[in-house]
Design a protein around this ligand. Structure first.
Ligand code: SAH
Length: 253
């Protein structure tokens, strides 16, 4: 059995309880060393065999999984954030299917939620934005044409852009081309929930300058949208004039 486990965004206490227990009982851990906080490995037992996948090919990762599984060992594949977002787990699961090996997924706190907590922001304030677009700029890995940043920007809703901190000039140009005003608020969140976390509040038009000034070009999210403005609106759910299923309004609304 192979367990894909979401490591969370960085802070060691932001892994799930299930994820932590899986680490504690693992015989083998293959962790994504480039982004996973190594301190999480302190949950592993002393006998646990640990591999850093940063220097491994897909074939090597699968070979470790297959060999370990043959020996009846419990394997954890530890990946950053939530494994279902840009986790490249699909290709690993496909190989495990071919080898007839069972696997399960343990979710994790995505860095986008770590970043929102750092920003103390709600992605979906009513009347501002009720949809969140999770995307990335096209780099060496292609993005389908219909999902270009400029076409997604035309919705002018909340956007969380992964894997693009090294392409802020391009991101900024595409977002403006798509319809965002240059002064739309934007945030760069570097290493959300890590000790060296950095938050830079800027605008769509100034993304690139802000990234340069703060020397941010990787391990960061670009978050864009008017939800970052303090517009002072309130959620209807806790509005005293609004009645819902569980609470009658003081004002009989
Ligand atoms: N599965 C991960 C994303 C993996 S893709 C998740 O759910 O968070 C790797 C990208 O995620 C990085 O390029 C960066 O854009 C973002 N990222 C990962 N950890 C981060 C963190 N702690 N703070 C900000 N961005 C992070």
């Amino acid at each position: 059995m192979i367990n894909f486990v979401g490591a969370g965004p960085g802070a060691t206490d932001l892994i799930t309880v299930r994820g932590m227990r899986l680490l504690q009982s693992a015989d083998v851990i293959i962790y994504a060393g480039s982004l996973v906080n190594k301190e999480l490995l302190s949950y592993a037992s002393e006998e646990c065999i640990i591999y850093d996948s940063a220097n491994m090919t897909l074939e090597e990762i699968i070979a470790v999984m297959v060999e370990s599984d043959k020996k009846g060992l419990k394997v954890v594949r530890l990946q950053t954030g939530d494994p279902s977002i840009y986790g490249a787990i699909y290709e690993q699961m496909r190989e495990l299917d071919k080898a007839g090996i069972e696997y399960s997924l343990c979710p994790g706190v995505s860095s986008m939620f770590g970043a929102c907590a750092a920003l103390k922001a709600e992605l979906t304030p009513p009347e501002v934005s009720q949809s969140v677009i999770i995307t990335r700029a096209e780099g060496r890995t292609p993005v389908p044409k219909s999902e270009s940043l400029s076409s997604l920007a035309s919705h002018k809703t909340t956007m969380v852009i992964f894997l693009s901190a090294g392409m802020t000039e391009k991101v900024s140009a595409e977002l403006i081309k798509g319809g965002y005003d240059a002064d739309t608020p934007a945030a760069l969140v570097y290493k959300a929930t890590w000790e060296d976390e950095k938050i830079v509040c800027t605008t769509v038009g100034e993304l690139s300058e802000s990234a340069k000034e703060n020397e941010i070009n990787k391990t960061a999210l670009i978050i864009v949208g008017n939800f970052l403005k303090d517009i002072g609106s309130r959620s209807k759910l806790y509005d005293p004039t609004f009645t819902h299923e569980f609470r009658k309004s003081f004002f009989g609304g």
